[in-house]
Design a protein around this ligand. Structure first.
Ligand SMILES: Nc1ncnc2c1ncn2[C@@H]1O[C@H](COP(=O)(O)OP(=O)(O)OP(=O)(O)O)[C@@H](O)[C@H]1O
Length: 535
């Protein structure tokens, strides 16, 4: 057990005072303890208590001043780190103890270079949105920011949550009852309703981001990809968000003006997954993902294509229409759940309704009703167990390596990279995060790359991306119907070759799929170019 950054005891340990974020210019204060920091065009006042030894570093204030306004940095030595409990794309998450209170918390270590402006803005967005959402029973509680004086590291402090839905669903012997599924889904929709009514789209709803505590309370976590949205749909956003298996068709088709429907689609996938016990749309590439969606949900109508005019509409359009098969596929499940799945998995996002609509649906209003969270089973502490298993594996590996060394077969010792157990190996297809593609391509060690913020607005989806196939015409053929594409050279804007490796990877991925019979390639794969430009 060690202190996060230093073991020095500070008698003036401070708690975080999270006041409402000031979005407007505050220059009226006359207190000498206040500093005015220019953030873009609007200066923001950061209030500091006289004599407070901790100040936000200038590099952080310059780009995240608005997100941090009214927030007091917490001292690193107010927490003691216990163990690593998870790692994500740009962070490692630790279980820690708040020294003053003895309370267990989760701290998310975010590390980046001070000059990475985009990365800092990315993190600032997460803080800003978490603060906007405030205290809600179904949103993970954000408790402040710890700054390191010695390294350029930041820690976001959260309440500690013992489990996540993906982990629980994957535990051997798990078989959720209908009231239990309703209980989790009710909490998910309540949390989503709160996000959406506060103008926040989560954009990465999946089981591993739904944390659950020992009281059975489910909280939506990981707002790293979340964004403010304009309900009128006037503001363009990147379509390269949401983990592939939970990604709505309009995103796969390149929509940049989307709304709450994308989170509702993901929620529909989760509901179906909880009922069936496995992910329902486990595509390996964006092309395959769309194909799976169309097979389950039916291919979009002409009205849909005309109404939405989606950028990739001409690339993958089923030649023969698929019939919608949700009712048939889920026929053995309760009809109120199938109706809700059917609504949430509507191809047209406007037909999915809202989280509030879902809460009013028959699924929740008919018997058996959702159970109380407190009546849910008490699960064993999975994170600690996982951590122990990890340590044990590492210890055994070390011993193996030692004996290997004796025989003269030296292998480099390295701590194992660990990711929290998931129900299934979800492809990390948060396409907004290029580090994911890099990881998939080169199996990058998590501790070196995953602690970095990825530059927002860049693309890194796994597999064949629909806008990366320049000059190669696709047609993917299923057993019963085929999808064709027009030759879209010139339609997708300028492409450039990014690297020999990624070029070859894309080619080999396409060839792989072609060999598997899912994708037919016309044109010359040698001409394939890979674009790294954001859309
Ligand atoms: N408050 C918390 N309590 C307990 N565990 C947590 C908490 N927050 C995060 N974790 C664990 O850490 C993991 C990574 O956290 P998080 O998803 O926030 O990071 P990320 O870098 O955005 O990850 P990802 O790449 O999965 O999007 C989670 O899957 C979860 O297991």
């Amino acid at each position: 057990m060690g202190c996060i950054l230093s073991t020095k005891t500070d008698t003036r340990r401070r708690r975080c005072h999270d006041q409402p974020t000031t979005t407007t210019t505050t220059t009226t204060t006359t207190s000498s303890a206040a500093s005015v920091v220019a953030v873009g065009t609007s200066p923001v006042t950061i209030t500091r208590s006289p004599g407070d030894p901790l100040e936000w570093p200038p590099w952080l204030l310059a780009f995240a001043g608005k997100a941090l306004a009214g927030l007091t940095p917490r001292r690193a030595d107010s927490f003691k780190k216990l163990s690593k409990i998870g790692s994500g794309t740009y962070s490692n998450v630790y279980k820690a103890i708040e020294v003053e209170t003895g309370r267990v918390v989760a701290i998310k270590k975010v590390r980046f270079e001070a000059e990475e402006k985009e990365s800092i803005r990315f993190m600032a967005r997460e803080i800003e949105l978490l603060r906007r959402l405030g205290d809600h029973p179904n949103i993970v509680k954000f408790e402040g920011v710890v700054v390191s004086r010695v390294s350029q590291a930041l820690y976001l402090v959260f309440e500690y949550m013992e489990h996540d839905l993906a982990g629980l669903a994957a535990a051997p012997g798990t078989n959720f009852s209908e009231p239990q599924i309703k209980c989790y889904m009710k909490q998910l929709f309540t949390g989503l309703e709160h996000c959406h009514s506060h103008g926040v789209l989560h954009r990465d709803i999946k089981g591993s981001n739904l944390l659950i505590n020992n009281e059975g309370i489910l909280k939506i976590a990981d707002f790293g990809l979340a964004a403010s949205f304009d309900p009128a749909g006037k503001q363009a956003m990147t379509s390269r968000v949401v983990t592939l298996w939970y990604r709505a068709p309009e995103l796969l088709l390149g929509s940049t003006r989307y709304g709450v429907g994308i989170d509702l689609w993901s929620a529909g996938c989760i509901l179906a997954e909880l009922l069936t016990g496995k992910p329902i749309l486990p595509g390996r590439t964006e092309v395959e993902q769309l194909h799976r969606i169309f097979k389950l949900c039916g291919s979009p109508s002409d009205k849909y294509w005309k109404k939405w005019k989606l950028p990739h509409a001409t690339i993958v359009k089923p030649q023969q229409p698929y019939e919608r098969s949700i009712a048939d596929i889920f026929k053995e499940y309760p009809s109120s759940s199938v109706s809700l799945i059917d609504k949430l998995l509507s191809i047209d996002p406007l037909d999915r309704g809202t989280a509030a609509d879902a809460l009013k649906s028959d699924f929740f209003t008919t018997k058996p009703h959702a159970c109380e969270p407190s009546s849910l089973p008490k699960y064993p502490p999975s994170k600690e167990m996982d951590a122990k298993l990890r340590e044990e594996k590492f210890r055994r590996q070390k011993e193996l390596d030692k004996s290997g060394n004796k025989r003269g077969t030296f292998r480099k010792q390295r701590a194992p990279h660990y990711r929290q157990s998931k129900a299934v190996p979800v492809p990390e297809a948060n396409a907004e995060l290029p580090v994911n593609l890099h990881r998939q391509m080169f199996h990058v060690n998590g501790t070196s790359k995953s602690e970095k913020f990825p530059p927002p607005h860049q693309d890194g989806g796994v597999g064949v991306k629909l806008d990366n196939l320049n000059g190669v015409s696709l047609s993917f053929v299923a057993n019963d119907a085929s999808f064709t594409s027009e030759d879209f050279e010139g339609k997708m804007g300028k492409s450039r070759k990014v690297s020999h490796d990624s070029h070859n990877l894309m080619k080999s991925l396409m060839l792989d799929i072609a060999r598997s019979g899912r994708l037919h390639m016309k044109g010359n794969p040698k001409e394939l170019k890979v674009s790294s430009e954001a859309k």
